[in-house]
Design a protein around this ligand. Sequence first.
Ligand code: FES
Length: 146
Amino acid sequence: MNVPVTMTINGQKYSHEVEPRLLLVHYIREVVGLTGTHVGCDTSQCGACTMFTVQADGAKITTIEGMAKNGELHPIQQGFWEKHGLQCGFCTPGMIMTAAQILERHPKPTEEQIRHQLEGNLCRCTGYHNIVKAIQWAAEHMPAKK
Ligand code: FES
């Protein structure tokens, strides 16, 4: 039996009837059509796919598609561009969304804080060095909070 869910993604409200076992990552990718959200390891190790859609009922969610505004990259996206923070790019949306959380909690994070908080995000290509630099760049370029 399907269950009704409503949530706001990138400022837009979505309502659907979904199977209770539908994973949130599949809902966002396949039902809503925002494919910037990636399934990570696909074995429940990294946690990217461990939430059911019904658990997010009523939630406000931001995905990578909600970061750029009016055709302008978000400072974190710009940081990845400036510092070459990606190679294949598969991990990049998750890295950027995690970076947004890091900068929300620590507007001027130390390298150690960045590395510690990126622990749950796996990158197979970069060695993380330029990802850390990209987040440091973003910290210097984020607009001041009002
Ligand atoms: S850039 Fe390829 S996995 Fe991170």
